[in-house]
Design a protein around this ligand. Structure first.
Ligand SMILES: O=C([O-])[C@@H](O)[C@@H](O)[C@H](O)[C@@H](O)C(=O)[O-]
Ligand SMILES: [Mg+2]
Length: 434
């Protein structure tokens, strides 16, 4: 295989809209469809590598010029991706350093926007390189240190269905989960379907006492199971400390109880439960303040916005140096990203917490085969590249849905807009909400 040209001759960008259930968070509710971008790089040697990243307009507008600059470069030139990205201009109107600008995923700096695009291309290049060399992606990252990666069940408060007339797919089969009993029932479904043994509840939806009751109900139903609660910064320091005091005994960690590093540091100083984040530490620039202030004990990396799989390993090394744990955040994603997450997670030696994944909520994918969780784990494949295969018909169908979204109502994820369909007065609440 090796000896063939690794030079990129073509890059294909395919935005898609993927079905998403009515999952609730502090901003609102998920829309019926959510945007993702599928990236393909094709080498002169005839190998195609695939990657995936966020698909909203702010990412697409960067991915297009980036893709044009990639042609003629080698898929092995991974460091070059970052220099190429430096030349992609970011619209100043998109840039905002407020930690809650995007609502749920921290700051939106120009660099983070660029990295969120680079990551999809890096994964596609690694996939192509691995296929050309006959090596799995984890081998290109130094080799796996485990044969399977553990994920946690990602529990959401959830409506039974999207508002009438907004979806054409059949009922998603999960039902509603709007109280402790509903959350426990959902957790049982997760264990039956996928064998998960740790659980994360997306909070910030109902007043804290109701979410405390849901966590207590989970602890009773699954004694000893690692539990987490993540209100996405919806609580004040005082409320965070109250919740930590009440359920800290059953929590593995509390995720982003309060918004921003100073508030997290105050909570951390007064709570005995570790704090995790995918909101106040989402870039390397945010690390010094957070670590110096002991604001977080677990950083939840998201390879999409940290700049890819090799940057994720760099983050893990920095965290290790400072005695901070690392695990993985997830947003709505497809099987390409699940494969990418699994390869990199397989190479991080000190991964002590099960990673997050939204994947069980996605009934659709662009792959020929869905990735399976067995006992809550995804097996690390030794197949060259990522070990996944694109299903062109499925890709075309999800792209057609994106094209059909003539009013562009769904091409930008907007959980508050989805909430307004049933509650016209809804505005995303200011933090702290409680
Ligand atoms: O999809 C959601 O509703 C989540 O709240 C997501 O957007 C978050 O980014 C994420 O899962 C988290 O852990 O904060
Ligand atoms: Mg989170």
């Amino acid at each position: 295989m090796y000896g063939q040209s690794l030079v990129i001759s073509e890059v294909r960008l395919t935005p898609v809209l993927v079905a998403d259930p009515p999952l609730l968070n502090t901003q609102g509710v998920h829309q019926p469809y959510t945007p993702r971008l599928i990236i393909e790089v094709v080498t002169e040697g005839g190998v195609t590598g695939v990657g995936e990243t966020y698909g909203d307009g702010k990412y697409l507008e960067l991915a297009r010029p980036f893709a044009a600059g990639l042609v003629g470069r080698a898929v092995s030139d991974l460091n070059g991706l970052f220099t190429l990205a430096d030349d992609v201009a970011v619209n100043a109107a998109r840039v905002d350093a407020a930690v809650d600008v995007g609502g749920l995923r921290g700051v939106q700096t120009a660099d983070k926007l660029r990295l969120s695009v680079v990551s999809g291309f890096e994964v596609a290049c690694l996939d192509a390189l691995g296929k050309a060399l006959g090596l799995p992606v984890h081998a290109l990252l130094g080799g796996k240190v485990r044969d399977a990666v553990e994920y946690s069940a990602y529990l959401f408060y959830k409506r039974a269905e999207h508002p009438a007339g907004t979806v054409s797919e059949p009922d998603d089969g999960w039902g509603a989960a709007l109280d402790p009993a509903g959350i426990v029932a959902q957790a049982r479904l997760f264990t039956e379907r996928h064998g998960f043994t740790s659980f994360k509840l997306k909070g910030g939806v109902f007043p804290p006492d109701e979410e405390i009751a849901a966590v207590r109900a989970l602890a009773e139903a699954f004694p000893g199971a690692p539990l987490r609660l993540d209100p996405n910064g919806a609580w004040s320091v005082e409320t965070s400390l109250k919740v930590a005091g009440e359920i800290g005994d059953v929590l593995e960690y509390l995720e982003d109880p309060a918004l921003g590093t100073p508030a997290m540091a105050e909570v951390a100083a007064g709570a005995s439960v570790p704090l995790a984040t995918n909101m106040c530490v989402t870039t390397f620039e945010e690390i010094p303040e957070a670590f110096a202030g002991d604001a977080v004990q677990v950083v939840l990396s998201d390879h999409h916005y940290w700049g890819g799989l090799r940057r994720t390993r760099e983050l893990a090394a920095v965290c290790r140096t400072f005695g901070v744990a690392v695990s993985m955040h997830s947003n709505t994603h497809l099987g390409i990203s699940l494969a990418a997450m699994t390869h990199v997670a397989a190479t991080v030696p000190d991964l002590r917490h099960a990673c997050d994944s939204h994947y069980p909520w996605q009934s659709e994918d662009v792959l020929t085969e869905r990735t399976r969780f067995v006992d809550g784990r995804v097996a690390v494949t030794d197949t060259p590249g990522l070990g996944v295969e694109l299903d062109r018909d499925k890709l075309a169908a999800l792209h057609a849905r994106w094209l059909d979204d003539g009013f562009r109502a769904l091409r930008e994820r907007d959980d508050a807009a989805a909430m307004r369909v049933t509650d016209p007065r809804w505005v995303a609440p200011a933090a702290p909400r409680w």
